[in-house]
Design a protein around this ligand. Structure first.
Ligand code: BGC
Length: 455
């Protein structure tokens, strides 16, 4: 390469670094974030401040961790990620069997009426049960519903807000269990006993705890992001007396950390790219922490940075294919795929750029695209790590296992390692990160199992 080309590519690299610098979070900023997060968690937990709190820390009424003796056939529904699933789970000691079916939720349903959504859910459930010829049995069901719920008990949960791509009318403020039961009764062709409603973080924690008694935190880094953890019952101040046992030492708390950052709390790290994502979302000013982390937004964040670099003449010689200018065209899975190319090879990167209409891209441009992907995914991993480190500090115990599920954590090639390194830097306790085998399904069955035994 000529000296002048080398020089200009070094200059371009530097300018790209400068353009991305706000996306790099030094430890002192992460530590400040941890402090702010814990302040918010404490506001969410305390009765006096809960109503006005941003990080709600909802009481889940789940107080028993599984002990491996759970038995029986359970149905589970899983709504809230990219797909909707119906499952039949058989638990028997440490054996576990699962049959499941995935149903698409078209965007028209995600943005339609609540009645349409719940009728669709009930229809899928009925088809599934009849397929298995179980329509004459009364089956206990655990409903994983991965949105913020204000729960009054294990089978009573009022939707506080929709998140991710959902916005169905007539559901906010309603008891989601009642809506499901009404839809099942409208059909009147299957017998279901809804035993529990739970968040996907709770399902993940329970599922991992079934295998590993140290599991005390459940984390999702998928379409959305959220964490739950084991709190002392006496600190769950918002739990409704009579609906839980004061004698049991623990209560699982669903933090709903996705909402963190609202009302300016994270302005010190919010970038122009985050603002653009927020403004174009269906829930502006809401779920800001989630928008900096999760799979619903990561691809688009990357695209916005790439577009800026092209406009500044720092990528692709300043020429931009039409698709790279279109919102939503750079998928989150591209970030994982591009970062999965071995060092110095750009096979996935070139394939993806070709899909977007760019051919004959130089190695240097590919390297720069990869750099942008890594900056966006690293920031997400570091933000999640700060949240987990703050919870570990709050729990103050060694050897906590964090059960994790979600497409970003599962498929990104470095997310796990980035988290392990950063959490170790940010807090002193020993911990483990454990990928959940089937977070929502088995977890929902386990919660339903404990609840139906109690009945
Ligand atoms: C929801 C949470 C959920 C998370 C992960 C967020 O948007 O508010 O309830 O746990 O996504 O699915």
């Amino acid at each position: 390469m000529k000296t002048s080309t080398l020089l200009s590519s070094a200059l371009i690299k530097q300018e790209i670094r400068d353009a991305c610098k706000d996306l790099v979070l030094p430890d002192d900023q992460l530590r400040l974030l941890m402090q702010k997060f814990i302040d918010e968690v404490n506001k969410g937990l305390a009765k006096a401040t809960h109503d006005d709190a941003i990080v709600k820390c909802f009481t889940t009424y789940v107080q028993d961790l599984p002990d491996g003796t759970e038995k029986g056939n359970f149905l589970a529904l899983d709504l809230g990620g990219t797909n909707f699933r119906v499952l039949l789970i058989t638990l028997d000691g440490q054996n576990f069997d699962m049959k499941s079916k995935i149903y698409a939720i078209p965007q028209s349903l995600m943005l339609g009426t609540g009645t349409q959504l719940f009728d669709h859910i009930a229809q899928c459930l009925a088809l599934f049960v009849k397929d298995l010829k179980l329509q004459n049995e009364v089956l206990p069901l655990g409903f994983t519903f991965s949105f913020p719920l204000s729960q009054h008990g294990l089978t009573e949960g009022y939707l506080v807000r929709w998140t991710k791509g959902f916005n169905c009318s007539g559901v906010i403020g309603e008891d989601v269990v009642a809506l499901l039961e009404e839809a099942i009764n409208r059909r009147n062709d299957v017998k279901i006993d809804v035993c529990a409603i739970l968040n996907d973080t709770i399902g993940t924690l329970m599922s991992c705890a079934w295998k590993n008694q140290n599991c005390r935190i459940g984390l999702i880094v998928g379409t959305g992001s959220n964490a739950c953890y084991v709190e002392k019952t006496k600190n769950a101040q918002c739990a409704i007396p009579g609906n839980f046992s004061e004698k049991k030492p623990h209560m699982l708390i669903n933090t709903e950390w996705g909402a963190f950052g609202e009302r300016g709390v994270l302005d010190f790290i919010i970038t122009e790219f985050d603002r653009a994502i927020d403004e174009n979302s269906i829930n502006p000013t809401k779920q800001l922490f989630e928008k900096m982390i999760s799979g619903m937004y990561m691809g688009e964040l990357t695209r916005l940075v790439l577009e800026k670099l092209v406009n500044a003449g720092l990528l692709f010689g300043g020429k931009c294919p039409g698709d790279l200018r279109k919102r939503g065209k750079f998928f989150t899975k591209y970030v994982s795929e591009i970062e999965n190319d071995p060092k110095g090879r750009y096979t996935n990167c070139r394939e993806i750029l070709a899909e977007l209409g760019l051919r004959n891209v130089s190695d240097q441009d590919c390297e720069n695209v990869r750099y942008v992907c890594s900056i966006v995914s690293r920031r997400a991993a570091h933000l999640v790590s700060a949240g987990i480190a703050a919870l570990l500090n709050k729990m103050g115990e060694d050897n906590v296992t964090v059960g994790i599920d979600g497409s970003v954590y599962r498929f990104h090639p470095h997310f796990h390692d980035l988290m392990t390194a950063k959490i170790s830097e940010l807090q002193p306790y020993k911990f483990d990160l454990m990928l959940s085998e089937d977070g929502s399904g088995r977890g929902a069955a386990l919660v339903a199992a404990v609840a139906s035994q109690r009945r």
